[in-house]
Design a protein around this ligand. Structure first.
Ligand code: SAM
Length: 248
């Protein structure tokens, strides 16, 4: 039985997908292509891509419960797409893939992903020549809500202002699950500068890179401050990027 909470999240994802493609310039041509969605979650983006004519969409995730929802939702509500989508419990870095892909997509996962250079190397190996990776994510760690509320500090940017030791001690005092470092809360802590460097140092060509995409009025205020050089790191909240694997 699909829970209302999961269905609401899935339906919200379907709305967010339109923004995702708009922020990446446009929706790519998926016709008959093979696609990997890294961190597919509830599966909304996989369904959107399969509806756009993809040959086969593989959604991978680590979460058993999200994959259970994604599979049940596919068979109950999108059965006509069942032949075109596979949801698999797979760790991108640890598990083996028998296939390669024309396009890799990843939405709202890179802000949680440690080992980003290794992830990009794996993407490179999994992509066919001239394949592309479509990436969109946020909030970035140094932005006002970059801790996703997980440090349980109430004020914006407090997770950036306070020392890690203080944040960890405070968290451990108030919670039964104990952490040793902020990364244990599922946050990668990469800065805007780190992401730019990692993309640049990867084997990919950067085809498109844009930040601070939002239609929210508050986003527009943050954009103004992000134009000031020494504030850029703290007022940049998301990244949309396309990486290309050129034929060698
Ligand atoms: C915040 S969710 C985003 C889900 C979905 N893309 C969305 O936009 O709603 C990030 C997902 O990435 C998955 N993930 C993180 N690291 C992964 C890995 N190494 N291999 C596969 N999935 C991973 C997590 O399990 C999590 O469900």
């Amino acid at each position: 039985m699909l829970s209302k909470k999961d269905l609401d999240y899935f339906n919200h994802g379907s709305i967010e997908n339109k923004k995702f493609w708009k922020r990446l310039g446009e929706k790519p041509d998926f016709e008959n292509k093979s696609i990997l969605d890294f961190g597919c979650g509830h599966g909304a983006l996989c369904i959107d891509i399969a509806k756009s004519g993809a040959g086969l969409v593989t959604g991978i995730d680590l979460s058993k419960s999200l994959l259970k929802f994604a599979k049940e939702n596919l068979s109950s509500n999108f059965n006509s797409l069942s032949e075109k989508i596979v949801f698999e419990e797979k760790d991108l870095l640890k598990d083996h893939f028998n296939e390669t892909f024309d396009i890799i997509v990843t939405k709202d996962t890179f802000e949680h992903s440690l080992n980003l250079p290794e992830i990009l190397n794996k993407f490179y190996d999994l992509l066919n020549d001239n394949g592309k990776v479509y990436i969109g994510f946020g909030p970035l760690y140094n932005s006002f809500n970059g801790d996703h509320g997980r440090t349980q500090l109430k004020l914006p940017w407090m997770h950036v202002i306070l020392s890690e030791e203080r944040i960890v001690n405070r968290y451990n005092k108030n919670n039964s699950d104990k952490i040793k470092r902020i990364e244990d809360l599922g946050l990668s802590k990469y800065s805007l500068k780190d992401y730019k460097r990692i993309f640049k140092e990867s084997k990919f060509e950067i085809d498109y890179f844009i930040t601070n995409q939002s239609d929210h009025p508050f986003g527009k205020i943050l954009n103004i401050f992000s134009k000031i050089n020494f504030l850029k790191e703290y007022f940049t909240y998301n990244i949309y990027c396309i990486l290309k694997k050129s034929r060698i």
